[in-house]
Design a protein around this ligand. Structure first.
Ligand code: FUB
Ligand code: ZN
Length: 628
C-alpha cells in the first residue's frame, strides 16, 4: 500500500474518511477543507451541538452502551445495537468530540482473541458466528473498524483504533483461507477492512476484504424468506448488472467492491459496479436520490417500481449511496457520481434530521396521505413506522449514520489531481492544499452563484475545475472569469487553467429557477404527474400551505404554465384545488362529461428536505396534472 502520488502529503498524514492509494482523483482531508457556513454549515453546527449529544443520550438510555458492561441477561436492543454505538463514536471522532468512557466499556467486552459482540458468544447466548445470515457480527466489526480508522486518521492512534485492529486481526484469522468460508448477511466489513488496510498499510486486511467480495453471490448463506438476493448472495458481484435486495446491504457491498477494485487494480470489478450503479440510478432510484421501494424487506424493487407513497428510501441507503458515489467519483473522476451525491445529500440525508437535530426520518416517503402524529420526545419508535420524525428507533441505524455523514461532509466537497483542484459540491468553504488556498462563497442551493476567491496560489499554472450539475440541462450556466469575461458552461466540468493570483475571483452562475420534472413513463405509479425542482432541491406540496382543512391530494397542477419563485425558497406552481370524492365501488364506467369543481390558485411548494418541520401534514412530491 503506497501513498497516493498525487498528494504532496502522504495520504496517511491526512484526516481522510476515504483514502484510496490511487485513482483519478485524490480526496482532501478534513484538515484541508472546512465548511464555514450556509446550508451545510448550519446543519453541521446542529449536528455538532445537538445531534451528537442526542445520540449519546439515547444509546445510554436504551442500554446499548451498557451492553458492553452488563451481564448477558441484561443485554438490550437488536442484534446489531453495538453498531450504533460505533457509528456514534465515528461521528464524534470526525467532529473532534470527547469520547468519554465508552471506549473503556468496549475494550472490557473484547475477548482475548479479538472477538467482540455483545449479542453472541457468552454463556446463555447463541454461539459466535452461528447465525451469519442475521447475526450482524461482521457488520458490527465494520462499523467498529470505521470508528477506529477515524481515530487513526484524526489522532494517529488511540484505544478505539487498537480495539478495531484486534477485531480485524480476529476476522482475518477466523474468516481467512482455511477458516469459515462464508460472508456476513449484512455487508459493511468490506469497505471498513480496505480502509483499515489503507490506514495501517497491512495487506492482510485488504486480502480479507477481497475474499469477502469474491465469496458474495456464491450462495454460502442460507436461503431465507426474502431470497438470496436480499443478502446479495444470489449472483457474484462481478456478474451482477444491477443493485438488488436490501438497499443498504447492496450499497455498502458496492462501496466495498469499489475499494477492493481500486486497491487491487481490478478494472473488471470496478466496471461491474459502475454498470450496476448506472442501471440502478436509471431504473431504481427516486427523484430524491432515495433508494429502496419495499417496506417488507427494505429492498430495491424491480425496474421502475418506484411508488411514491410506499417509498422506503431509508436514510441509511442515502448515506450508503453517497459513500458509493464518492468512491466512484474518486476512481473515475466522472461528475455524474458527484451529481447523484449532491441530489442524495440535499434530498435524503438533509431530509432526515429535524431542524433541531433531535428527531429523524428513517424512511423518506415521497407522499404522505394522512397527517402523521409526532412521536413523544422520549419514546422509541418502531422501525420506519413513525409518521413524522422520531427521536429514536428500536432499529436506530439512521440517526447515527446522519451524524457521521454530516461530521465528515467537508471531505466530499473537493479533490485534487496532478493538474489542480476540483470542486464537486458547493458550500461556503475554505480549502487549502498543495500551496493553494481558496475561499468559496455561495448561498447555494437558495441561489446559484458560487464565487471562488484565490487566497494563495503557486506561481505556476494549475487548473480549477468546477462541476456544472447535470440538473442545469436545458438552462444556461455561466462561468465568469477573473477579468469578467463570461462563457457558457454545459453540464459536466468547467475548467480554468492559468497562473492564478491571490485576489482572483472566478464565478459560477447556476440557473436555479424552478422547473417541472416529468417522470419516466414506465414508472406507472407517478404517470400523469409532475414534480418541481429548483437547483438540486426537489420540492413538495404540504397541507400546511393549503387553506385550512385541505389536503395535498386535492392539488392539481397546470403543465401549460411555469412554476415561479415564491418568498423564502418557496416556489409557486400554477394549479387548482379539486376535492377528490369517493366513487361508488366497483368503479363506474368512464364518464367524459364528468368535471370536478375546482378552485384555481397558485400552489405553494417547499423544499422536500424541509417538510414536516411545521407540524403534522400531508405531503406529496409528484403532483397530478390538470390535463394529463
Ligand atoms: O440491519 C442493520 C440495519 O438496520 C440496516 O442497514 C437497516 O436497513 C436496518 O434494517
Ligand atoms: Zn437506517
Amino acid at each position: 500500500m503506497k501513498p497516493n502520488p498525487k498528494s504532496q502529503k502522504a495520504h496517511t498524514d491526512l484526516v481522510l474518511p476515504v483514502a484510496p492509494s490511487h485513482g483519478r482523483l485524490r480526496p482532501l482531508g478534513l484538515d484541508e477543507v472546512r465548511i464555514t457556513g450556509g446550508f451545510w454549515g448550519r446543519r453541521r453546527e446542529v449536528n455538532a451541538t445537538a445531534t451528537l449529544d442526542h445520540c449519546r443520550d439515547w444509546v445510554e438510555r436504551v442500554g446499548w452502551t451498557a451492553n458492553f458492561r452488563s451481564p448477558v441477561a441484561d443485554r438490550r436492543g437488536r442484534e446489531f445495537a453495538d453498531s450504533d454505538v460505533y457509528k456514534l463514536l465515528e461521528a464524534m471522532t470526525w467532529a473532534g468530540a470527547d469520547l468519554g468512557t465508552i471506549t473503556e466499556a468496549i475494550a472490557s467486552a473484547q475477548e482475548p482473541d479479538g472477538y467482540l459482540n455483545t449479542a453472541f458468544g457468552r454463556p446463555g447466548q447463541q454461539p459466535r458466528y452461528s447465525d451469519l445470515e442475521w447475526g450482524h457480527e461482521l457488520y458490527c466489526y465494520g462499523h467498529l473498524i470505521q470508528a477506529g480508522v477515524a481515530q487513526l486518521r484524526t489522532r494517529g492512534e488511540g484505544e478505539l483504533a487498537k480495539i478495531a485492529q484486534r477485531a480485524a486481526d480476529h476476522v482475518c484469522e477466523t474468516f481467512g483461507p482455511g477458516g469459515i468460508e462464508s460472508v456476513c448477511g449484512h455487508p459493511e466489513i468490506e469497505t471498513a477492512l480496505v480502509e483499515l488496510a489503507r490506514a495501517t498499510g497491512e495487506q492482510r486486511y485488504l486480502d480479507q476484504a477481497a475474499l469477502f467480495v469474491d465469496r458474495r453471490g456464491q450462495g454460502t448463506l442460507a436461503d431465507g424468506e426474502f431470497g438470496r438476493a436480499y443478502h446479495q448472495d444470489d449472483i457474484p458481484v462481478r456478474q451482477a448488472t444491477v443493485l438488488r435486495g436490501h438497499a443498504v446491504r447492496a450499497l455498502y457491498l458496492a462501496a466495498g467492491a469499489v475499494d477492493v477494485a481500486v486497491e487491487t487494480h481490478d478494472d473488471e470489478l470496478l466496471a461491474a459496479v459502475v454498470r450496476q450503479w448506472e442501471t440502478t440510478v436509471a431504473r431504481r432510484t427516486y427523484l430524491t436520490g432515495g433508494m429502496g421501494s419495499h417496506h417488507r424487506d427494505e429492498s430495491f424493487g424491480d425496474d421502475f417500481v418506484l411508488p411514491p407513497d410506499r417509498a422506503y428510501s431509508e436514510t441509511c441507503a442515502g448515506v450508503a449511496s453517497v459513500m458509493l458515489s464518492w468512491r466512484l467519483l474518486l476512481a473515475t473522476g466522472e461528475p455524474r457520481f458527484a451529481d447523484l451525491a449532491e441530489r442524495t445529500l440535499f434530498n435524503v440525508v438533509a431530509t432526515s434530521p429535524s431542524e433541531d437535530g433531535r428527531s429523524f426520518f428513517y424512511a423518506n416517503t415521497l407522499h404522505r396521505r394522512r397527517r402523521g402524529t409526532a412521536p413523544a420526545p422520549d419514546a422509541v419508535s418502531p422501525r420506519a413506522e413513525s409518521s413524522l420524525r422520531a427521536p429514536w428507533f428500536a432499529v436506530s441505524c439512521c440517526p447515527t449514520n446522519v451524524a457521521r455523514t454530516l461530521a465528515l461532509l467537508p471531505a466530499y466537497l473537493a479533490s485534487v489531481d496532478d493538474h489542480g483542484i476540483q470542486l464537486h459540491q458547493y458550500a461556503d468553504a475554505e480549502i487549502a492544499v498543495d500551496g493553494i488556498a481558496l475561499r468559496v462563497r455561495t448561498d447555494y442551493p437558495s441561489g446559484g452563484t458560487v464565487t471562488v476567491r484565490i487566497a494563495r496560489s503557486p506561481d505556476h499554472p494549475w487548473t480549477l475545475s468546477l462541476r456544472v450539475p447535470a440538473w442545469t440541462q436545458g438552462a444556461t450556466a455561466w462561468l465568469v472569469d477573473t477579468d469578467g469575461t463570461r462563457r457558457t458552461a454545459p453540464p459536466g466540468t468547467a475548467t480554468l487553467t492559468r497562473v492564478f493570483r491571490p485576489g482572483d475571483e472566478i464565478r459560477l452562475e447556476l440557473p436555479v429557477a424552478p422547473r417541472w420534472i416529468a417522470p419516466d413513463p414506465r414508472v406507472d405509479a407517478v404517470r400523469g404527474t409532475l414534480a418541481v425542482q429548483r437547483g438540486p432541491l426537489v420540492y413538495c406540496a404540504e397541507s400546511v400551505d393549503l387553506p385550512e382543512g385541505r389536503e395535498v391530494d386535492a392539488v392539481r397542477v397546470d403543465p401549460t404554465a411555469e412554476p415561479v419563485d415564491g418568498p423564502d425558497d418557496t416556489v409557486v406552481v400554477p394549479g387548482e384545488l379539486a376535492e377528490p370524492h369517493d366513487r361508488p365501488w366497483p368503479f363506474p364506467p368512464l364518464d367524459r362529461s364528468e368535471a370536478a369543481a375546482a378552485e384555481e390558485r397558485g400552489i405553494m411548494v417547499v423544499p422536500y428536505n424541509s417538510w414536516a418541520n411545521r407540524g403534522p401534514s400531508t405531503m406529496r412530491v409528484w403532483l397530478p396534472m390538470t390535463h394529463p
